[in-house]
Design a protein around this ligand. Structure first.
Ligand SMILES: [Mg+2]
Length: 225
């Protein structure tokens, strides 16, 4: 391996709750609507929605509406898919503070930004576009599980993708810099051997992790370039 290769770094980002904020607020509004419509007595808080951020829509519904039967859950899932269209997402999503600046500087320094997300593939590309990150991100991997009934382990799915990137780009594992807000992101980074950053997003619940670095501002990542 040449010196040049050794200096290479690759920045792998989680999207929801890391590069963007606001999608969860839109989803919180949808959940409140559903609670009213299906006459659920359960009070839903934004904090809980944020705490669970990253689980599937079906898992969310089962958590907030434990008394709902399978048919009702199915009906609710259809409603979510209908309400959470592009216009709805557009209304709520915005870049996380400093995100555009950090992605731009990383790109300008000659490094790549990649997104690995648990989001629905159809949503993710659209969201990246409307928050103005399309030209700053070279590749997007979406682990589609939000609408899936199939049990998947999100950490394992992310590890697979991280390892594939390391191999494809001929990197040393530590040269893969992972940035995410949840334990899943950090644990996947650790299991792949990468350098891990946990973003402690203001107003979001904090997962306990063994991340190499815990940051309150995304700009702290600029120390890597
Ligand atoms: Mg996240």
């Amino acid at each position: 391996m040449t010196d040049k290769t050794n200096k290479t770094k690759l920045f792998v980002w989680d999207f929801h709750g890391t590069l963007e904020e606001g999608v969860e607020i839109g989803f919180f509004e949808i959940l409140k609507k559903l609670a009213k419509k299906f006459k659920a007595d359960r009070k839903i808080t934004l904090f809980e929605v944020r705490e669970k951020y990253g689980i599937t829509v079906a898992e969310y519904l089962r958590f907030f509406f434990p008394k709902a039967n399978i048919l009702q859950i199915k009906k609710m899932m259809e409603e979510v898919a209908e309400i959470q269209n592009q216009n709805h997402l557009k209304e709520y999503v915005r870049p996380a503070p400093g995100a555009i600046e950090v992605l731009s500087k990383i790109k300008k320094a000659g490094y790549e930004n990649i997104v690995v997300s648990n989001s629905h593939p159809k949503h993710i590309e659209f969201l990246i576009d409307i928050v103005g990150m399309k030209n700053l991100i070279s590749r997007v991997f979406a682990v589609d599980r939000h609408y899936s009934h199939r049990k998947q382990n999100p950490t394992k799915e992310k590890v697979k993708i991280f390892k594939m990137i390391i191999k494809q780009k001929n990197l040393k594992a530590r040269q893969l810099i992972t940035i995410g807000d949840k334990a899943t992101d950090v644990n996947a980074g650790i299991l792949a051997g990468g350098t891990t950053y946990q973003y402690l997003h203001k107003g979001f619940p904090i997962d306990g992790t063994e991340a190499d670095y815990k940051i309150h501002d995304l700009r702290e990542i600029l120390g890597e370039i």
